[in-house]
Design a protein around this ligand. Structure first.
Ligand code: PHE
Length: 347
């Protein structure tokens, strides 16, 4: 053994070899073997400590403390490795690392479209099949398109039918559109007859209760051509109703008024909840209003330079929430916009 410097090198080498042997151990018996060789009772480091008596007092101190430190370090690494090997063995023994193909899968719940979007898409698809194309327009609309060109003169009391949100702007008189009817005007400015379009979109009115929401959705329809009559309107809406609610649901046309149609009608469908007998949803009338409609007023053609002697047309505007409520038997419109996942996940 000789000098303490030589012994120090030897301890350092044994420490490194011992750590390597512990790291290379794959099971408990490898670990015990490494312990036996390097730092167990008869291991190489213990042998050094046993031979310490032949050294000087100074050397004894240095070598003793180095050997003890190395042994303690190896001992603690040994404990750590032992615990981790035992844990690995337990996992393997209990089969925790194996794939159990008999367990039920963890499914990802995919989202889906909002019930209003679903209903809107269904309405659009019905009219597409009937030969209508889709048009759009801005939500923030000029007073001209929302009212004036639809034959609502300024200050005319018909404007009070719709509680309007006005928008402050330097660009002139702007409103949040109160209906999708302005798209009738925008379309006729761009196209010559024959016109057959629908226009879906959000609309806004300062109105809120169980059947009114300040933002809701409409699908507008417009057909202009030679010889269009109210019979075409009735036929189209009857077919729409059959395709949306199924056969055997009678429609009812009631006389009404809109400045941009003449004659005008409101259209009711027999209550899908009670079948016409009377219930809470139809307020005991047996009928539910789903849309406004009529023949395009010749005055409107004046705003877009269509000749009312040559062309005639019909228009309608339906409430999408109304139709979704009927399809699903929902009695409070506000449920659509509260974003409660328990409600939305039912559709
Ligand atoms: N725009 C009308 C409304 O929102 C509905 C309507 C559209 C009536 C087209 C007639 C023709 O009340």
């Amino acid at each position: 053994m000789g000098t303490s410097a030589g012994t120090s090198d030897q301890i350092e080498r044994l420490r490194a070899e011992g750590l390597a042997a512990l790291a290379a151990s794959r099971n408990e018996s490898d670990l015990l073997d490494a312990k036996g060789r390097f730092f167990g009772k008869k291991g190489a480091i213990s042998e050094i400590l046993k031979g310490i008596g032949s050294l000087s007092v100074e050397e004894r101190k240095v070598v003793g403390s180095e050997a003890n430190r190395a042994r303690a370090e190896l001992e603690s690494v040994f404990e750590e490795r032992l615990a981790s090997i035992r844990e690995q063995e337990r996992v393997a023994r209990e089969g925790l690392d194996r794939l159990d193909v008999t367990l039920p899968g963890r499914c990802q719940v995919p989202g889906h479209r909002h019930p209003i979007s679903q209903t809107m898409a269904d309405i659009i698809s019905v009219f597409r099949r009937l030969g209508f194309s889709v048009q759009g327009g801005p939500d923030v609309e000029k007073d001209y398109y929302n009212f004036e060109a639809l034959n609502f003169p300024p200050e005319h009391p018909a404007r009070d039918m719709q509680d309007t949100f006005y928008v402050e702007s330097d660009a002139g008189d702007l409103v949040l559109r109160t209906h999708t009817s302005p798209i009738q005007i925008r379309t006729m400015e761009r196209m010559r007859p024959p016109v057959r379009i629908i226009a879906p979109g959000a609309v806004y009115r300062s109105d809120s209760d169980i059947t009114h929401s300040p933002m809701f959705h409409q699908v507008e329809g417009l057909a202009v051509d030679r010889n269009i009559t109210m019979a075409d309107l009735k036929g189209l809406l009857t077919e729409f109703c059959r395709m949306t609610f199924g056969p055997g649901k009678p429609l009812r046309f009631r006389p009404s008024f809109f400045p941009f149609t003449e004659p005008s009608a409101e259209v009711d469908i027999q209550c899908v909840i009670c079948g016409g007998g009377g219930c809470r949803v139809c307020k005991n009338s047996g009928w539910l209003e789903i849309l406004g409609a009529g023949m395009v007023d010749p005055a409107v053609f004046g705003f877009v330079d269509y000749d009312p002697e040559e062309f005639s047309g019909f228009a309608f505007g339906m409430g999408v929430e109304r139709i979704a409520m009927l399809r699903h038997g929902i009695s409070d419109i506000r449920l659509f916009f509260e974003n409660d996942i328990r409600f939305l996940s039912q559709f």
